[in-house]
Design a protein around this ligand. Structure first.
Ligand SMILES: *Cc1c(COP(=O)(O)O)cnc(C)c1O
Length: 383
């Protein structure tokens, strides 16, 4: 029973403090350097992190910006999308994906996802294409890539841009049928990511970036992030103010060196959860696909015939947090509801919103903590 386990520290969904303590010397020195230089905006750390990330992702152009939501918006501005253009994305995602589309006056067109991978259903995606469709935004949800080979083929056939939302999957490898690999976010026209603190590569505040292989697009993106400025005080287009500040870049430069180790720690934690829970008939553990590695931004279960609220309360009473990513389908949100969507239009998303449960997942999880978590879940299921 649960009481047999001794858990020393409070269990958290994400443990940024322990992670920080392990790299404290390096991070503190990097931050101190920025303070000494006082180049808080566009300091040398920004360019240096950008170059490191280009190297890591094996992509020619990384453009840092202020956050992941901005990255999505800037991507759509750079592609010249105009009000009325339709952009297709998944109904089961974080709101930022649809928000960036709607903010620009573009029309978000939602489609359902696959029940096992949570990724955009590519058959539904192709059916949703109209003469107004301009772009597809696949979301590599929870840390595993959507089926990019199929998505890119659809995009090519219909002449569409692909903007990868890789906010949850930085560092994941997409694996082509012939075995070649590319980093998540470097396959589509533009990749967008977030460095929000709890993301797999997180800074100490807000941050984000765009990736592209296209030099012309890269310079447009750079211009848009800087007030549409070509040279100082010359504005060719309406831009935004979206910068990654030097302190965040300094932190990210240190943490990027640990990203693969962090991914390995998450993968190990995932396999420990799997071992304890995969055999249970009322639980589905996260599916792994042949075309992507999984970097486990989240470890998300599906519960079958289980009272999720009661389970969460039971876990909480034993000091175990859990989260629901995401509780409400986008098409049920007031801001994104549309008379053309009816209840039952996206049955998989509606079902997932009712049966998913994410367990604590981070780089510092201890095996005994995980045993305590899984044993507590199994105890509940026996009641
Ligand atoms: C976090 C996240 C974003 C937004 O990133 P911010 O940096 O918080 O703006 C966008 N899409 C997805 C899928 C995310 O998880």
């Amino acid at each position: 029973m649960a009481a047999n386990f001794k858990i020393v520290s409070k269990i958290q969904m994400v443990d940024l403090k322990t992670q920080y303590q392990k790299i404290k010397t390096e991070v503190d020195a990097a931050i101190q350097q920025v303070i000494e230089n006082t180049a808080f905006i566009n300091g040398p750390e920004v360019k240096s992190f950008q170059t490191d990330l280009e190297q890591y992702l094996q992509t020619p152009h990384v453009i840092p910006c202020a956050n992941g939501t901005d990255a999505l918006q800037i991507a759509m501005m750079a592609l010249g999308l105009k009000p009325g253009d339709e952009v297709i994305t998944a109904d089961f995602t974080y709101v930022a994906t649809a928000e960036a589309i709607a903010l620009l006056g573009l029309t978000p067109v939602l489609v359902d996802v696959y029940p096992d991978t949570f990724d955009i259903n590519t058959e539904a995606l192709e059916k949703a294409i109209t003469s107004k469709t301009k772009a597809i935004v696949p979301v590599h949800l929870f840390g595993q890539c959507a089926n990019m080979e199929t998505i890119m083929a659809i995009a090519e056939k219909h002449g569409l841009f692909v903007i990868e939302d890789t906010a949850q999957a930085i560092g994941a490898d997409y694996i082509y049928k012939d075995g070649t690999r590319k980093k998540a976010g470097t396959i589509g026209t533009i990749g967008c990511t977030s460095f929000f603190p709890s993301k797999n590569l997180g800074c100490f505040g807000d941050g984000g970036a765009l990736f592209t292989n296209d030099e012309v697009l890269a310079s447009k993106i750079r211009m848009i992030t800087n007030h549409g400025q070509r040279v100082q005080y010359v504005h060719d287009s309406i831009g935004v103010n979206s910068r990654l500040d030097s302190i965040q870049a300094a932190v990210l430069k240190v943490k990027l060196k640990h990203l693969n180790t962090y991914a390995a720690a998450r993968q190990k934690a995932a396999s420990i959860y799997d071992r304890a829970l995969a055999g249970h008939s009322r639980i589905s553990t996260p599916k792994r696909v042949s075309y992507s590695t999984h970097v486990f931004h989240q470890y998300t279960l599906q519960l079958h015939d289980i009272d999720r609220t009661a389970l969460r309360e039971y876990l909480m009473a034993q000091g175990i947090p859990s989260m629901i990513y995401y509780p409400i389908p986008l098409h049920h949100q007031k801001a994104y509801s549309n008379p053309q969507y009816k209840k039952g239009d996206f049955p998989i998303t509606e079902k997932l919103c009712n049966n998913v449960l994410s367990l604590p997942m981070h780089t510092e999880l201890e095996e005994n903590t995980q045993q305590y978590i899984t044993q507590t879940i199994l105890d509940f299921l026996k009641m």
